[in-house]
Design a protein around this ligand. Structure first.
Ligand code: CAA
Length: 293
């Protein structure tokens, strides 16, 4: 098999999965996009279509390019159909190790001998995943950032058993899809999530302590530090449930400084998960996010 990757399967069509699928299809790859839920798949297809349409409206791509990218995505609830001939599998399902192992284990049987098994996990152990599917050498972390088509970084995570060849192929893949890679070792929270959630959690604690309003805590970082969006808005973008799962994991693995703030837990219990549910620290309207004070 040639080293260049032409066909991938993205498992899970949530915020990250659909973004990864869009990005790779725009770069000319054939993408099988799988999800258990037809509704999620439908919403993923509409979201990708809307993003590609936006690019056409802005004159950044043509109607032909939009249609070609859409045609490269096979969105399906049939796992074998999504996985057919894939050289790289990227799972982007919820942050539960047993779920990730079961899914990658299920696709392994039909996969070509040189296929790579990747996880978009923000913090779970790639070493444990590789052991779980009994393919440590071919298991890697490919950590994308939200929104995947826009953010330049691809964090490549090397598990204890990941082969040098797998890392080389991931570096080539990163270049193929126009990302800047960094290679990090498999430590909880890698290089990016550990710092990212620390800032977000501290902003929530500051809100609990009534230091300032939602909008002003965010403005402090946007205007004072030139962050493109403040830590509370970013928590909304990432998903409060996702951030809570990362914090719980890092609390177990690293220590008490990552204890999730009670307000975060309460908001997740209330279903206020951020942009994807329309309500988090902000109310996400058609005219943009409005801080809930
Ligand atoms: N798909 C494709 N393109 C998109 C997009 C999407 N989903 N969302 C935005 N864009 C594009 C827009 O088309 C626009 O392109 P042009 O400038 O070329 O016209 C560009 O991105 C900027 O978008 P907007 O003008 O709508 O809005 P903005 O200027 O406010 O930027 C943003 C939006 C890119 C999200 C910016 O606010 C930003 O960079 N925020 C920080 C995002 C961040 O930190 N992400 C990391 C989160 S952590 C994570 O993901 C890892 C984890 O493990 C949890």
């Amino acid at each position: 098999m040639s080293d260049s990757i032409e066909r991938i399967a993205v498992l899970g069509a949530g915020t990250m999965g659909r973004g990864i699928a869009q990005l790779c299809a725009e770069r000319g790859l054939s993408v099988g996009l799988y999800d258990v839920s037809p509704e999620v798949l439908q919403s993923a297809q509409s979201a990708v279509r809307a993003q590609l349409e936006r690019a056409v409206q802005k004159g950044k791509s043509s109607a032909e390019q939009r249609d070609a990218a859409l045609a490269r995505i096979n969105a399906t609830t049939e796992l074998p159909s999504a996985c057919r001939d894939a050289q790289l599998f990227i799972e982007a399902v919820p942050e539960r190790m047993e779920l990730k192992i079961a899914l990658l284990d299920a696709v392994k049987a039909g996969a070509p001998p040189a296929a790579l098994f990747a996880s978009n996990t923000s913090s779970l152990s790639i070493t444990e995943l590789g052991r779980g599917i009994r393919e440590p050498a071919r298991t890697v972390g490919l950590h994308f950032f939200n929104p995947p088509p826009v953010m330049p970084l691809l964090e490549i995570v090397r598990g204890l058993g990941t082969s040098p060849e797998a890392i080389e192929r991931c570096l080539a893949f990163a270049r193929q899809i126009g990302k800047e890679p960094i290679v990090v070792n498999d430590v909880p929270g890698f290089a990016s999530s550990r710092l990212g959630v620390a800032l977000g959690a501290e902003a929530i604690r500051m809100l609990e302590a009534k230091v300032a309003s939602v909008a002003d805590i965010d403005r402090a970082m946007e205007l004072g530090y030139r962050h493109p969006m403040g830590p509370l808005k970013l928590t909304d973008l990432v998903g409060l449930d996702v951030r809570l799962a990362i914090l719980e994991h890092l609390q177990r693995e690293i220590g008490e400084q990552f204890r999730p703030p009670p307000l975060l837990r309460q908001m997740v219990r209330a279903g206020r998960l951020g942009k994807k549910t329309g309500l988090g620290f902000y109310r996400w309207t058609d005219d943009g996010p409005v801080a809930v004070e």
